[in-house]
Design a protein around this ligand. Structure first.
Ligand code: GLU
Length: 363
């Protein structure tokens, strides 16, 4: 059950439509279902404000009707209240979807919206000792080590073979063992650009020079591999766009279009009645991200969530908000007409600027 909030505490709007006076004498009261979803519907000291509430009050003024709000805990219950005609219509941040349109009617769009992702502000990324340890277990590093062993063994054998017949050569013992160990030491030292002795025969010097250049290339390859695997580790596990959502814990509101999207894309969905509870789950690290309507997330990121959260990635599913009616509502035409008048006389723009331009620095 929703709670009833009379809209009578609202100060009278100065410009009253002539038709309003006529309608008011018959004291028509419209019952409006809504739900708290800042900045569209905000509840402050038992009083409702927000873009959708202001817009509705302007429409009601145009139509010359009084309003009683019925506040519902989530969007599903808002829709049910309208469908069962316990309310005349509903307004909040209700997305117009084909599924909802099967059993309900919608006004003309009242705002363009879409889904976006909100994540926590993490402290500046740094290489932790744990992530450096993890590099040693990465397949990329084992590959580098394999190449390194080959790059030590091959030239060591060539040098041993060329130097073993030269008594004044680099090898103090020309037998395969221990001669090859000394050759391996030389090629390992060269690989690390640290060679302290040089082969003596002309042929092996040619090999040595080629080998020195190969070593420089190898060191660059080694550095690149380690840096890349550290970077990949930094990025893995973080969410940068909708493609990263599968298998992540993602919070949103119950019955929302976001909940449907997340379930279809194999995310672990955490559904809460109020969007505030989804924000809390994110801040308490019970969720990896929040997916919800972009204007709602931007408002939170710019206000209460400033310095704690930020949006990532694009608006990935465009949606429009509408006022929702039961089928064949007697109010639908008058509401649409009022909405068009408000667009034409600038009231709609004033409300838009009030809630999305001056209040939210990100817009
Ligand atoms: N735009 C969302 C929807 O209509 C809002 C959901 C909500 O208010 O929780 O599904």
């Amino acid at each position: 059950m929703g709670c009833l909030l009379p809209a009578t505490a609202q100060p009278a709007t100065p410009s009253v439509n002539p038709r309003s006076v006529e309608a008011r004498s018959s004291a028509k009261v419209i019952k409006v279902a809504t739900r708290v979803v800042p900045p569209f519907v905000i509840e402050e000291n038992k009083r409702l404000t927000g873009f959708s509430i202001d817009l509705w009050r302007s429409i009601a003024n145009e139509m010359g009707v009084q309003t009683t709000f019925v506040v519902q805990p989530d969007v599903n219950q808002l829709l049910q209240t309208v469908q069962s005609r316990q309310a005349d219509l509903g307004i909040a941040a209700v997305s117009i979807t084909s599924d909802r349109y099967k059993s309900l009617d919608f006004s003309q769009p009242i705002l363009e919206s879409g889904l976006q992702i909100l994540v926590r502000d993490e402290s500046a990324s740094h290489f932790s000792p744990l992530s450096i340890m993890a590099v040693f277990f990465s397949p990329a590093l084992w590959q580098v080590l394999g190449v390194m062993v080959l790059l030590i063994l091959i030239p060591a054998h060539i040098i041993w073979w060329l130097e073993r017949r030269n008594p004044q050569g680099m090898l103090s013992n020309t037998a395969y063992f221990p001669g090859i160990f000394q050759a391996c030491w030389w090629s390992a030292a060269t690989l690390a650009t640290q060679a302290d002795e040089m082969p003596k025969s002309a042929a092996s010097r040619v090999i040595a020079v080629i080998w020195m250049f190969t070593s420089v290339v190898f060191v660059a390859y080694f550095t690149a591999t380690v840096t890349t695997s550290l970077t990949i580790q930094q990025l893995r596990g973080t969410i940068n766009g909708p493609e990263d959502l599968p298998n992540k814990r993602v919070a949103t509101t119950a019955g929302s279009t976001s909940a449907v999207y997340l379930a279809e894309h194999n995310a672990e969905v955490l559904e809460f009645p109020r969007i505030d509870e989804a924000y809390t789950a994110l801040l308490q690290k019970k969720a990896d991200a929040v997916v919800f309507d972009s204007p709602v997330l931007l408002y939170y990121a710019a206000q209460a969530g400033r310095g704690k959260v930020h949006t990532v990635g694009p608006v990935f599913r465009r949606e429009s908000y509408g006022i929702v009616f039961p089928p064949n509502s007697p109010h639908e035409k008058a509401v649409n007409e009022a909405l068009l008048t408000l667009r034409e006389n600038g009231t709609y723009q004033d409300l838009y600027d009030k809630w999305f331009t001056s209040k939210s620095p990100q817009d």
